[in-house]
Design a protein around this ligand. Structure first.
Ligand code: SF4
Length: 52
């Protein structure tokens, strides 16, 4: 079952399903490089990602 409200384009992730859906039970999003302060969306990423 897809996570409601999550749109993801990372098709190489094992949790990704067609229609830009994520079928993980939950996701963890962090700041690139560590810390807790991002200034742009490009500085954040999904750490639940697993390659297929
Ligand atoms: S776990 Fe993260 S990268 Fe993988 S499909 Fe879900 S949102 Fe995308």
């Amino acid at each position: 079952m897809a996570l409601p409200g999550v749109k993801c384009t990372v098709s190489s992730c094992r949790y990704w399903k067609s229609g830009e859906r994520c079928e993980a039970s939950a996701i963890e999003v962090n700041v690139d490089g560590g810390g807790t302060s991002a200034r742009a969306s490009e500085q954040t990423n999904c750490h639940t990602f697993q390659s297929k």
